[in-house]
Design a protein around this ligand. Sequence first.
Ligand SMILES: Cc1cc2nc3c(=O)[nH]c(=O)nc-3n(C[C@H](O)[C@H](O)[C@H](O)COP(=O)(O)OP(=O)(O)OC[C@H]3O[C@@H](n4cnc5c(N)ncnc54)[C@H](O)[C@@H]3O)c2cc1C
Length: 386
Amino acid sequence: MTSFTETDEQQALREAVAAMAANYGQDYYLEKARTGGHTDELWSEAGKLGFIGVNLPEEYGGGGAGMYELSLVMEEMSAAGSPLLMMVVSPAINGTIISKFGTEDQKKRWLPGIADGSITMAFAITEPDAGSNSHRITTTARRDGGDWILSGQKVFISGIDQAQAVLMVGRTEDHKTGNLKPALFVVPTDTPGLSWTKIDMELSMPESQFQVFLDEVRLPADALVGSEDAAIAQLFAGLNPERIMGSASAVGMGRFAINKAVDYVKTRQVWKTPIGSHQGLSHPLAQNHIEIELAKLMMQKAASLYDAGDDAGAAEAANMAKYAAGEASVRAVDQAVQSLGGNGLTKEYGIAAAVTASKLARIAPVSREMVLNFVAQTSLGLPRSY
Ligand SMILES: Cc1cc2nc3c(=O)[nH]c(=O)nc-3n(C[C@H](O)[C@H](O)[C@H](O)COP(=O)(O)OP(=O)(O)OC[C@H]3O[C@@H](n4cnc5c(N)ncnc54)[C@H](O)[C@@H]3O)c2cc1C
């Protein structure tokens, strides 16, 4: 029997994350974003309190819980105005892949640091000439004695400047073309031959995006995660957590925007009653609230299925949740700006900054259109156009 009530532990976790995040809030986040700083204090406190690694195995320093709990952490941080992008990448994608498929040595080396936040691991799959079509990636790994040599280029890699390592998705020389048979490598960011340049984005976020270059990057044999042959399964293992976390970030941002708008329209008065009594404002905000709650329900379904080991069920729900949360949060942020009138566009009220940021949930980690393709093909059985 499915329960719609969170356990005492989950409720306590939600309260604890919300309390910590409230001490930082959006002012802290935007100040870092606007001055080119990073949210190191918040990241490290969240790590010490066990929030970042809540989904990772206890024997490697994690909390031993699941994606439900990690998505709850992300949602509460985002609802408080601090949606830390590296949460999607470091514990959710990389932590999952390494704990499921890494060797014992890899688990010991990377997981405790990912869990306590002392290690941030970036994730690199996107390439300029491949985009949404990951089968076209050309970053290539070739063997040289016992070593691997990686060459290629990546784009839009979040936070590699803050990271101690990056999980790099390449392909081996034997599989240069055709359907992707990926090979996954953990690359310490100080490895010779690895470099990056910052991409100027119109996004008020403390994490930056980078174009990354791999010029004959030499790695020891044990940089390969798990097995060369199982790597497609390894890569896919990271995708559902990524989509669940993308949904959590968007759900939190929607809640944040709606709360800001509600607080404002309750007190702002330009006629006889507060503007929040005009149905031209109250109805769209009620609609936004409904849409965010619906998206959250699908996100929780996805996380619950994932934690129960139903990967196929989780994939459909995670895609649907990512779509729904992205759409709902874009609309909620738009309506919040509208509800604040001129103040909606000021820096002081901080909601305009979310306009561009909210669009991210439609584009990454997988675009709205690619989610619709997945649902059309997988849920409805329709033929592909590509
Ligand atoms: C802020 C930010 C952070 C990111 N962080 C990371 C990161 O850390 N690591 C990483 O690897 N990547 C990262 N990405 C990359 C992100 O995953 C890609 O931008 C995304 O997958 C879309 O790829 P693209 O930008 O190449 O767009 P394209 O693939 O060029 O798509 C452009 C448009 O065409 C549409 N389209 C493409 N194919 C089809 C089709 N078959 N049917 C219908 N429409 C289609 C897309 O939906 C989109 O609307 C990040 C991106 C951003 C913006």
